[in-house]
Write a protein that binds this ligand. Structure first.
Ligand code: F6P
Length: 364
């Protein structure tokens, strides 16, 4: 009897992010070259497992995709097999289709499912593992908020785009003596605002983890004006909120994704700043520009490292883990640990202290 062929399935779930294709390429190439494996790409995240929508991934399918943005497999941020949205007349109802998914995976003959995603996708991976599916997780998100890893791929690209945004807003803001506000993504975590703010030398950085005091923000802007700097650069996280206030959401959702689609705090802030200082203010919301396009070399390298590391876990049949980064080392972390929550910016984080040392205000 011939040797059994190794069959592996891979999906990308949640919001897309630069570096996903680098990961798909690394997992696929490693397992084809080292194990002659058969790789099945699941289309559109967990949706593809419910609907049995797949494509085979051969070596040539993953060649030339390292620098490509998005994901060649497609993704979904609402497809949760344990709470799958199904249309019932005019309403959306949620059904547990996890057994269907497990049955479909068995039909595929996959000995492991690689789940590349953020906290939502990895939580589902953890539940599938609990229910008997051999899984390996790979952390993806521009927000950098996954528990168990110091960094996720996609963050560097998104942060660099935001830093470039700050550079560009500064020159126009300086010319017009305006207060420029850049609203960045990140959900309930402020990593993107913090790193981009420091990289761009922002004067004020507002994070979800440190509710701001509007009086302090106005005072900083006025003080700069008093020093002859008739311009200020403010970076605000989409999830930031004033002391005693709440986040600003564009939409309340009931489709299985995040219940609030954040966005708009930059405009609220602009109104408050111009009312309290009398200065002209403009807001730019970067939004999905941060997620699109080619990954930075750092994210290509990180995606490759994490993908090869995940392939290594599969080769050892070490399931139920997410690969991650600890300092400069790659590690594997139990998915049960990853599922514990989000990694937020600690208010006493070293970079916050360093930013304060160079005069950046956090609005408190
Ligand atoms: O989690 C990644 C992220 O880009 C967040 O920063 C943002 O709040 C959210 O996804 C946007 O999601 P969507 O693509 O559904 O608008």
């Amino acid at each position: 009897m011939g040797k059994k062929v190794m069959k592996i399935a891979i999906l990308t779930g949640g919001g897309d992010c630069p570096g996903l294709n680098a990961v798909i390429r690394a997992v696929t190439k490693t397992l084809i070259l080292e194990n002659n494996a058969e790789i099945t790409g699941i289309l559109d995240g967990y949706d593809g497992l419910v609907l049995e929508e797949y494509r085979k991934l051969g070596y040539s399918d993953v060649s030339g995709i390292l620098a490509m943005g998005g994901t060649i497999l497609g993704t979904s941020n609402v497809a949760n097999p344990y709470k799958y949205p199904v249309k019932d007349c005019d309403k959306i109802v949620f059904k547990d289709l996890s057994k269907t998914v497990i049955r479909n995976l068995k039909k595929l003959g996959a000995e492991c499912l690689v789940c590349v995603g953020g906290d939502g996708t990895l939580n589902i991976a953890n539940s599938l593992f609990r229910d008997g599916v051999p899984v390996v997780g790979i952390p993806k998100t521009i927000d950098n908020d996954i528990y168990g890893t110091d960094v996720s791929f996609g963050f560097d690209t998104a942060m660099s785009i935001a830093a470039e945004g700050i550079d560009r807003l500064e020159t126009t803001g300086q010319s017009h003596h305006r207060i420029m506000i850049l609203e960045v993504m990140g959900r309930r975590s402020g990593w993107l605002a913090l790193y981009a703010g420091v990289a761009g030398g922002a004067d004020i950085v507002l994070l979800p983890e440190i509710p701001y005091d509007m009086d302090v923000v106005a005072k900083v802007v006025k003080a700069r004006n008093g020093m002859g700097k008739r311009f200020s650069m403010v970076v605000v996280s989409e999830g930031a909120k004033p002391k005693g206030g709440d986040v600003v959401g564009r939409k309340v959702l009931n489709d299985g994704s995040d219940p609030i689609r954040l966005g708009g705090i930059g405009f609220v802030l602009a109104d408050d700043i111009s009312r309290m200082t009398g200065l002209e203010t403009r807001t730019v919301v970067l939004g999905h520009l941060m997620r699109g396009g080619s990954p930075t070399p750092f994210d290509r390298v990180l995606g490759t490292r994490l993908g090869v590391k995940a392939a290594g876990l599969i080769q050892k049949k070490k399931y139920g883990y997410m690969v991650g980064v600890n300092g400069s080392d790659l590690v594997d972390v139990p998915l049960t640990v990853v599922a514990k929550g989000s990694r937020l910016v600690p208010p006493d984080h070293e970079l916050i202290k360093q930013a304060k040392s160079v005069g950046t205000s956090f609005g408190v």
